[in-house]
Structures are given as C-alpha cells and as structure tokens.
Design a protein around this ligand. Structure first.
Ligand SMILES: *[C@@H]1O[C@H](CO)[C@@H](O)[C@H](O)[C@H]1NC(C)=O
Ligand SMILES: *[C@@H]1O[C@H](CO)[C@@H](O)[C@H](O)[C@H]1NC(C)=O
Length: 183
C-alpha cells in the first residue's frame, strides 16, 4: 500500500512538477543590432508639432528645471540627419521633468520600426536623460518582434536645435542584444 502511494506520488510529481522543465530553452544564439538613427522633435505648437505638454505641476512655471512637466511624444525617426532621409519609424512615449536641480527627464520611449528587416518590431527604452551632458545613456529594457528579450543601451546626443521653430534633431545610437529563441 505504501509502495503504491509512493509510486502514485512520483507519477504525479513527474507529470505536473517536472513537466515545465521539458519546455525549458536556453536563449540560443544572441544577436546584437547596432541602430544609428535620428529623431525629429517638433516642440512648437501647431499642426506639425510632435511633442505636447499634457500636465504640469504646481511648481512647473516657477521651477528652474520646469519640474513636473509631462510631455507626450510621437517623433519621426529617420536613417540620416536630414528629415528627408529614409523614414525608419517613430519614437513614441513620455518624458517627465523629474529633477529639481538640473534639467533632466525620466523617459519612457518605444521605438516603432516601420521599414526594412525591423519593420513591425519595437525597442523599449526607459531611463534618465540629462540634457546638459553631451552624450546621454539610456537603458534598453525590452522589445517585441525581432527584438524579443531585448536588452542593451542607447547613447543619445543633440545634433541640432533650431530656436525659431523649436525643432530639435537628436541622434540615437542603440545597441540591442536580442534572442531568436521561440517559446
Ligand atoms: C504647462 O506649462 C507650459 C509652460 O509653462 C504651458 O505652455 C502649458 O500650457 C502648460 N500646460 C498645462 C497642461 O498646464
Ligand atoms: C511594413 O509592414 C507592414 C505590415 O506588414 C506593411 O504593410 C508595410 O508595407 C511594410 N513597410 C515597409 C516599408 O516595408
């Protein structure tokens, strides 16, 4: 009787407890993508604007860093510096002025690729962007499509800024490690 219940226990154990291990995979060959793109940031109001302030804090107007301002972004991403160069996608998300002392934002961005082999894939970036630094580093925290299981980092810098039109071009070098494993 005791032997039987032991046997039943082990059968149940292997069926239910050990089964998930049968589906375990390692990440296989990981790949690295180096993406060098330019982001076109239209901050002025009007029909061509791609950045909008959606909230302010009670201190935003008097804060030296504009603390508390939250902006929604849907910027064009191109392969070259020129806005007329090949479009590769959009960068969409939020920036929040989140530093009381220096101009820095907490960003939450999804790069949405719409051409070439990355078409339909996304890369998610979240981190701190301190504007006075020439080169800012942001973590790549994930991705979809070809960029499933992505991690990595991005280096961003301001390429140009046109004061009258409030139009900035930002350079992004994105280094993404991803895996082609299928679950
Ligand atoms: C936030 O502040 C900016 C500049 O101070 C102003 O232009 C904008 O209208 C404000 N937006 C909201 C939603 O309060
Ligand atoms: C990207 O993929 C979409 C959906 O599959 C397709 O309609 C579109 O033509 C593709 N764009 C390019 C530039 O390949």
């Amino acid at each position: 009787m005791e032997k039987l219940s032991r046997t039943i226990f082990f059968i149940i154990f292997y069926l239910f407890i050990s089964t998930p291990n049968a589906n375990a995979r390692n990440l296989g060959v990981e790949k690295v993508a180096r993406l060098h793109v330019y982001v076109h940031d239209f901050r002025a109001g009007g029909p061509s604007a791609t950045v909008f302030t959606v909230a302010n804090a009670s201190i935003t107007a008097t804060s030296p860093t504009g603390f508390g301002a939250v902006r929604v972004v849907d910027d064009l991403v191109t392969a070259g510096r020129d806005i007329k160069s090949a479009a590769v996608g959009r960068v969409q998300g939020l920036t929040t002025s989140a530093d009381l002392k220096v101009s820095a934002v907490a960003v939450n961005f999804n790069f949405v690729f719409t051409s070439g082999k990355y078409n339909g894939s996304t890369v998610s970036i979240a981190g701190r962007n301190e504007f006075q630094l020439a080169a800012r580093e942001l973590p790549v925290i994930g991705g979809t499509g070809l960029f499933r299981l992505a991690r990595g980092y991005a280096i961003t810098s301001s390429y140009s800024f046109d004061v009258p039109t409030n139009y900035a071009v930002l350079e992004y070098k994105i280094y993404v490690v991803y895996s082609k494993v299928q679950f």
